[in-house]
Design a protein. Sequence first.
Lengths: 223, 406
Amino acid sequence: MIKLQNVHKYFFKDEPREVHALNDINLTIEDGEFTLFSGPSGCGKTTLLNAIGALDSIDSGKIFLDDKEIGSLSEHERTAIRLHEMGFVFQAYNLIPVLSVEENIGFIMKLRGFRESEIKQRVLEVSSMLEIDNKLSSLPHALSGGQQQRVAVARAVASKPKIILADEPTANLDSKNSQKLMDMMRELNEKEGVSILFASHDDLIRESVRRIIKLNDGALVDA
Amino acid sequence: MFSLALKNILFYKGRSITTFVLTFLSTILFVVYVSMMDGSHKSMLENTLKIYTGAIEIYHKDYRDIGGNEYLIQDVKTITDKLLHVEGIEAFTARYETYGLLSSAENSAASMVAGIEPDKEKAISSISLALKEGAFLSDDSGSCLYMGEGLVQKLKLKLGGEVAFVGGASDNSFAADIFKVCGIFKTGSFEFDLSTSFVSRSYFDKLMLSQNKASYITVKVDNLEHVDTINKKIVQTLDSEKLESLTWKTLMKTMVEAMEVDSIFGYISLSLFLIVIFFVIMIYGFINVSSRIKEFGVLRCIGLCNSNIFSLLFYEIFILSTLAILLATPIAGTICYYYSLNPIVIEGIAEMYKDYGIVSDEIPFDFDIFTITWNLAVIYGLNFLSILYPYVYINSFRPIEATKHV
C-alpha cells in the first residue's frame, strides 16, 4: 500500500519563479491497483510519480510504502527499495547505452541476483511479448524511439516488481504496440498482483485503468 | 560492475585511449627518470668512494674533530689483524696523512701528503687508475711523489721535477725532504687534484716516524648496501673505546645532503609532470563522466547505490591503468636494465659538473625491482585518485535530476 499524507513539493522554492508542484496531496493506493494520474501538462503527474518512486524528495508531508516512511530512509535504503520493489518506465526511455537490448532488459534482474537461466527465460518472454525479441543483440542507439520505449517497459516489468511506475509509457508507440503494452501491463497486474501507476494523457490508458486520479496545478481534483 | 565497466571502456573509446596512452607514457617516463636519477647518484657515490674515501674509515677518537699526532692510531697491526676476520670486508689499508708545505723552484703551496701502501691502495681506491703522466707508486718507489694535476700546475712543476717538503713528523719534530714528481694524477675532483700528493709509506714512515701508526684505516666492503651492518661488526670486533668506525654516510655528509637535495628537486620536477598527467587524466575522466551524468542518473534510479557507482568508476580506471602499466613496465624495465649495463655517455659532462663530484661522462641507470614497484604503485595511486572528483560530481546530482542532465 502507498499512502501520501499532506505532501507538498516546490520547485525554485523562495524564488520569484517558485512553483508549487504538489499541493497538499492526501492519497492511498492499495496493493494491486491499476491507476492513472491524469491532468494537463505541468499539473504534477510526473513529480508525484517520482516522489512515490523515492526518486525525488518532497518539502513536507509523508509518503508511506507499506509501513516504511520514504522520507526517513537513507539514500542507500531508498536505492534498495527502488531496486527490489519498483520498476520504472521513464518518459525518455533512459536505457543504458553500452548494454545490448538483452542486457538492458535483464540488468535489474542481474542486480537483484536472479539466476542467469531465469534472466534469459524472462528476457525472452517479455521481449517476445513486446516484439523486440529480434533486437536482443542491438545497442539502444540502433533502435527506433518506439523500440527503445518497449525495451524500457520490458526492463521495468522483467523483474516482476511490486510496483511499476510508468511515465507516458505509450508516448512513442503506435496504437497497435500501445494496446499490446497495456494488455501486458494488465496481465501483470491481474496475474501477478503488481501495482501499476501511470502518468499519461493517452486515452488508451485512460480506458484501460481501473482508477483515475486527476490532478490540476499540483492538487488532487478527483481521486 | 566489472563487465559494465569493460563495456563502458569499449564504448567510450576516445576517453579510454587517452587515459591508456597517458598512463602508459607517464609510467615509462616515471620509471626511467627515477632509474636515471638513482643511477647517477649511485654512480656519483661509487666514483667518489672509489677515488679515495672508503666505505668505512676507522679513526682514533677525536682525530677528526681535534686532530694532531696524539690522536693517531698507534697500533695498526693489531687492528688490521682483527679486520681480517670481519665478514663483508673486501680490502683495507692504513693511511698516514699530514699537511705540509711543498715548494718548487718557482712556487709554494700547502698540500696534504699521504703515505699510502701502493699495492693495497690499488684494491681500495681508483687513485692508481687516475694516472695521467708517469707512473703510480710502488713499495720501493722511495721519494717519488704522486701528485694531483692541479697541484703540479700550481707549483709549475713537470714530471721528474723536484719539490721540497716541510712538515711535522708524528713525534711533533720537523720533517723535511726533497721529493721527485714520478706520477701525475687527475681524478676529476677539482679540490682533490689541487691539494693532494701521495708517497709510498715504506719511505714516508721513515721520514715521519710513523711506523705502525696511521691517521686512519680505510675499508672497502663487498656490498655498499650492507655498509651499516658491516660497520657494526667492525665496532664489535675492535671493541675499543678509543676507536671509532664511521661509514661514508657520516664521512661524506655534505655529499649525502647534496644528493638528497638533488633527489628532492628531481622529485619536485617529476611531481609537476605527474600532477599535469594526473589532471589531464582527471579532466578527461571528468569530461567523460559529465557526458554520462544522465546514464549514471538512470543507473541510480533503477537501483545502483553510490558504492556501485564508485565500483564502476574504479573498475574502469583499474582496467585501463592495469593494461597500460602491464604494457609499460616491461618496456621501462628493459630501458632501465639496458642502460644500467650500457650507461648513456654524454661527452664533457664530468668536466662541466666536476665540482659536484661527477668524475665520469657515463650516466648509468639503476635497475632495482623495488624502486620500479613503488613507481608503479604511485602511477596506480594517481589514477585511482583521479576518479574521486568525478565521483563526487556524480553524487552532487539527485538521481532524477541527473536523468534530465544534458
